[in-house]
Design a binder for this molecule. Structure first.
Ligand code: NAG
Ligand code: NAG
Ligand code: NAG
Length: 430
C-alpha cells in the first residue's frame, strides 16, 4: 500500500525524533517568586548571594562584589527578563511579578566599581555577563560598553605571550603562572570588547589562550586537569594538579563542564574547527563517564563509597547548557540529538535530586568545594544555568514554556507533590 506523502513525512518525523520529557520545574512559578524574594533581600551596601549555608541549609550567604560569582545574580535577573519575553506573562508562570530588566540593571550597578587591583583577576569575564546582556538589549548603553572594555583590558593585562595564556590565579612566586580550566569561560569578554573597539589583539589573546589550553589542559581521553602551572619566564609546564577536585589526576566535573561550554563558545565566536572537536571530545568524556544513575558527581574519579557520593548540581546545569550550545553547532541531526539527549538526561536527574521548594536557592546538592568541606549547598551559578537551560530549550524550539504544575485555585505558587508517574506530562521533541 502506498502512503500519502504527508503521512509519510509525519511518520519519518516520528521515527527520527526521540520523544523525551523535560522537568516541568524548569518553568515553575517558584522560580520568579524565589528570585524576587532574593532581590528584595539583597544587603545594602550591595552584596551578592553565592551559595547557601551548609550549616543552615537553604539560606543564602552573601559576598562582596569583589567575588568571582557576583555577576551571576544580576545576570539571572536579565535571564528572567528574557524568559518573560520568550514565554509571556500568564497567571501560572509568575513572570509578571516584576520588571526583571529594571531589577537586573539596578543589581548590576554594584559591579561597576571593581577595578584592576580589586583582586577579581581573570574572573572579570564572569562579572561581565550582565553587561553583555545589557548590550544585547541596548547596544548604546555607554555604562555597559565602558564596563566591558574595562574588564577586557584587565583580562588582557594578565596575558603572558611566552606562556600563551591569561593568568588565572596570582601567586606569591612571580615565576609561578597558574591557569585553571574555568578560565575558558572568561574569554568571551575579549571578543565583545574587540568588536566594540576594533582591537584585534584582544581576539588574538583569546584564541592563543584557548590553543594553549588544548595543548596542556586536556588529556587524551578528553578529560581535564583543573590547574596547569607554567614557568612565566620560559612558558614550560611545571605542574598539573587539582585545586577543587579529588586528586591531581582526577576530573573535577564543574571544570570539565566549564571546558565544554568554553570551547563550544570559542567555536561559536571563531568557527575554528579545533574548538568544535575539543568541545566534542570533552562532552564525550562527560557523558561516557556519568554513573549509571545519571547524577553528575562532584568529581568523576571520586570514590563511590561512602555512598552517596556528593553530586554537583551546578556542574550538571552548566553541562546541560554546554551540551545544548554544542548541539547547535553540529550539522547532522544525529550529532545534535546525541548532545540533546545527554542534556535532557542530566537535567531530569538533577531536577529530581536537587529541586528544593523550601530553600532560597532553586536547587540543592551543589558542591562548591569538597576539599574545603563546602557541599550540599545551593549555588547562584547552578540556579542561573538551570533557568538558562529552560530558556535555551525554548529558543531552540525543543520545549514550550508551559509548566505542567497547575496553579492552585488561589494562584498560590506552592508546588504540587511529585509522583513518578504523574509529574512529567510535558514532552519535548529532540
Ligand atoms: C545601562 O547599563 C547599566 C549597567 O548595566 C544600568 O545600570 C543602566 O540602568 C543602563 N542605562 C540605561 C539607560 O538603560
Ligand atoms: C589593544 O588591546 C591591547 C590589550 O589590552 C593593548 O595592549 C593595545 O594597546 C590595544 N591597542 C590599541 C590600538 O588600542
Ligand atoms: C542531595 O542532598 C540531600 C540533602 O539536601 C542529601 O541528603 C543527599 O545525600 C544528596 N545527594 C547527593 C547525591 O548529593
Amino acid at each position: 500500500m502506498l502512503l500519502p506523502p504527508l503521512l509519510l513525512s509525519a511518520l519519518a518525523l516520528l521515527l527520527h525524533s526521540t520523544s523525551a520529557q523535560f522537568p516541568p520545574e524548569l518553568f515553575s512559578p517558584l522560580i520568579p517568586s524565589k528570585i524576587l524574594a532574593t532581590t528584595n533581600a539583597l544587603p545594602n551596601p550591595i552584596q551578592y548571594p553565592q551559595y547557601t549555608d551548609a550549616r543552615n541549609p537553604g539560606r543564602w550567604l552573601y559576598f562582596s562584589p569583589n567575588t568571582w560569582t557576583s555577576g551571576f545574580f544580576p545576570v539571572t535577573l536579565y535571564e528572567l527578563n528574557t524568559r518573560r519575553q520568550r514565554c509571556g506573562v500568564t497567571q501560572a508562570n509568575g513572570l509578571g511579578a516584576a520588571d526583571w530588566l529594571a531589577l537586573g540593571r539596578a543589581a548590576s550597578n554594584g559591579l561597576l566599581n571593581l577595578n584592576a587591583d580589586s583582586g577579581i583577576g581573570h574572573d572579570v569575564g564572569f562579572i561581565s555577563f550582565p553587561f553583555v546582556e545589557e548590550l544585547a538589549i541596548n547596544p548604546r548603553n555607554q555604562t555597559a560598553i565602558d564596563a566591558i572594555n574595562r574588564f577586557a583590558r584587565q583580562l588582557a593585562a594578565r596575558f603572558n605571550p611566552t606562556v600563551g595564556c591569561t593568568k588565572s590565579w596570582d601567586s606569591s612566586n612571580p615565576t609561578n603562572f597558574q591557569v585553571i580550566i574555568d578560565n575558558m569561560m572568561n574569554l568571551e569578554v575579549l571578543f565583545h570588547s574587540a568588536d566594540l573597539t576594533n582591537n584585534a589583539t584582544l581576539r588574538q589573546i583569546a584564541t592563543t589562550h584557548a590553543d594553549t589550553t588544548i595543548r596542556n589542559h586536556i588529556r587524551a581521553d578528553g578529560s581535564t586537569w583543573h590547574v596547569v602551572e607554567y614557568n612565566s619566564n620560559t612558558g614550560q609546564v611545571t605542574r598539573k594538579r587539582t585545586a577543587q577536585g579529588y586528586s591531581d589526576g582526577s576530573t573535577w566535573s564543574r571544570g570539565q563542564a566549564w571546558g565544554i561550554f568554553g570551547f563550544a563558545n570559542m567555536y561559536r565566536l571563531t568557527r575554528n574547527p579545533n574548538y568544535l572537536s575539543t568541545a566534542r571530545r570533552m562532552a564525550t568524556y562527560f557523558l561516557n563517564n556519568l554513573p549509571a544513575d545519571g547524577v553528575v558527581p562532584w568529581d568523576f574519579n571520586a570514590p563511590l563509597t561512602p555512598a552517596p557520593r556528593p553530586a554537583d548540581s551546578s556542574a550538571a546545569t552548566l553541562a546541560v547548557n554546554a551540551l545544548l550550545l554544542l548541539s547547535e553547532h553540529e550539522t547532522t541531526e544525529a550529532a545534535k540529538q546525541q548532545w540533546r539527549s545527554g542534556a535532557l538526561r542530566i537535567l531530569e536527574k538533577i531536577t529530581d535530586l536537587a529541586w528544593s521548594p523550601s530553600w532560597q536557592s532553586l536547587l540543592s546538592n551543589g558542591t562548591v568545594s569538597l576539599p574545603a568541606n563546602n557541599f550540599l549547598t545551593g549555588t547562584v551559578y547552578g540556579d542561573y544555568y538551570f533557568i538558562r537551560a529552560g530558556n535555551e530549550l525554548v529558543r531552540l524550539g525543543l520545549t514550550s514554556c508551559r509548566s505542567n504544575l497547575s496553579p492552585s485555585p488561589n494562584n498560590n505558587v506552592a508546588p504540587q507533590p511529585q509522583t513518578s508517574s504523574g509529574r512529567r506530562s510535558a514532552r519535548v521533541l529532540l
